[in-house]
Design a protein around this ligand. Structure first.
Ligand code: GDP
Length: 173
């Protein structure tokens, strides 16, 4: 059981992935602006325990004060968790918003996975080069190409998440 932070730019598929894991939409909606939301997006309970997925507000290009604040809020969600999933979009090159996240995550002393999502939209022969653009610059414990909508590799990703979590109950009230 444990806590997993899911981090990445808007529209990379974070919610889709969490909803696939959790199987039901229990996103906590808020009237507050996205900048102040840092929410529990999903709770998965199975025979091995429980995983709490913490979604982050959108990461924006830190070109002005508000953008910078959003980034800081999102990055705070990586404190005290057991592992972090950085989700990126296979169809887009690494952007400044990705780099802010990647540079922060680099400093964390917890298991970190790079999840390259939307591989259903690209030619399978491109996957290796995409992985390389990330792994040339950043180190991850696992790099997993997935499709959150098609379910490609998502079971494998979940097994890998399970394998890094502490065993035993750690139930969220
Ligand atoms: P978030 O902002 O990171 O939470 O992204 P969402 O989960 O809201 O997804 C953004 C959009 O991308 C939605 O229209 C999803 O249906 C779409 N999407 C998410 N994952 C995939 C995927 O693996 N393949 C494709 N083709 N579309 C996806």
């Amino acid at each position: 059981s444990g806590f997993i932070s899911i981090i990445g730019r808007p529209n990379v598929g974070k919610s889709t992935l969490i909803n696939r894991f959790v199987g039901q939409k229990i996103a906590i909606m808020s009237d507050k602006p996205q900048t102040t939301r840092n929410r529990i997006q999903g709770v998965l309970t199975n025979e091995e325990g429980q995983i709490i997925f913490i979604d982050t507000p959108g990461i924006h290009k830190p070109k002005h004060a508000l953008g910078d604040f959003m980034v800081q809020t999102a990055l705070k969600s990586t404190r005290g968790v057991d592992g972090v999933l950085v989700v990126v979009n296979a169809t887009e090159p690494i952007g400044p918003g990705d780099r802010v996240v990647l540079d922060h995550v680099k400093l964390l002393d917890i298991p970190k996975f790079l999840v390259i999502n939307k591989v259903d939209l690209i030619d399978q022969s491109e996957i290796f080069d995409i992985i390389k653009t990330y792994t040339d610059e950043y180190e991850f414990d696992e790099v997993i190409p997935i499709s959150a909508t098609e379910g490609y590799n998502t079971d494998i990703l979940l097994d890998k998440i399970m394998s890094i979590l502490p065993t035993g109950p750690q139930y969220y009230p």
